[in-house]
Design a protein around this ligand. Sequence first.
Ligand SMILES: Cc1ncc(COP(=O)(O)O)c(C=O)c1O
Length: 336
Amino acid sequence: MAAEPAPLSLHFPLLQRFPALSALQPIPLCNLPTPVETFPGKATLWIKRDDLTREDQGGNKPRKLEFVLADIRRRDADRVITLGATGTNAGVATALMCQRENLACEVITFPQPDSDIVRLNQQLMRGAGASLTARGSLFAAALNWYLHPRRLDRKSYFLYAGCSAPVATFAYVNAMLELAGQVDAGALPAPAHIVVAAGSGATVAGIIAGAALVLPAAEIHAVQVAPDRVGPFTACHPQVVEKMVATVWQSLRTADASLPEQCPTRWQWHEDQFGDGYGVATPASRAAISEASQSGLALETTYSGKAFATALALTKQHRSPVLFWQTFARGKIPQA
Ligand SMILES: Cc1ncc(COP(=O)(O)O)c(C=O)c1O
């Protein structure tokens, strides 16, 4: 029997805390709250199971799409045009949402090292009816997306890589309020460290802003997995995250003028797992994926393996609780 959906106040604690943000009208697409649990054999290492956000394809994208879909509906768009790597998880989540919502979907891709997840995700995007346009480099894909012939078409919604439209950052502010509720309910101790992969940066930006609201003693660790520059543009870089934090914080302040002018942040940027590039495993991430898989935690080489390597290192360094935010879920081929 399917679980009863959580009441909206549990699903979107953000709207309880900031009633003015109800205007965003996010659409529930996820099973929330996601569970928290300890990692077997490591009493101070906790996992936030965002792999369980949805049954068809979980991970961090469905949380973002709750806010993005509302934006798409507000603009009355009938087509979504996004970009990502050949095996983009965001592309799969977007394609599945577009299929459910009867929206056309185009995904412009750039190459990444081949893997079973990459092949699976290509199959899932095609299976959901998305049209895929392969470009030879990240720069070429980004250029195609920015200068797309439909750029000025009001019915086309241009969704940045990682499902990271500006409204997507709210999703992880909401997720932090959800986590704080779980701490209050005694499901886990207040984490001293929270570790998450940073690609477009929207997930960690939401976590940083959310921590400032509800878990101010937590130190947030962003693990860089993508290049810091794409042609002339700054990409996976702390400045991009800072800008996203400042933008979402301004919206929170507009909803609650008692907040301080600047978001009080406690966070670190980790570049050591970037290694030889996007989607290329490092020795530490390979070891972390193998350790996780022995305990039934499924990770991949592009994002979650690299972040988990950092979480394991922090667990060795500190006695205080470390929370690894599991943002990856393997998609499932729909049964005919
Ligand atoms: C599994 C996984 N984890 C983490 C991320 C990074 O999220 P963000 O783009 O919000 O930084 C992504 C983004 O594509 C992802 O697919």
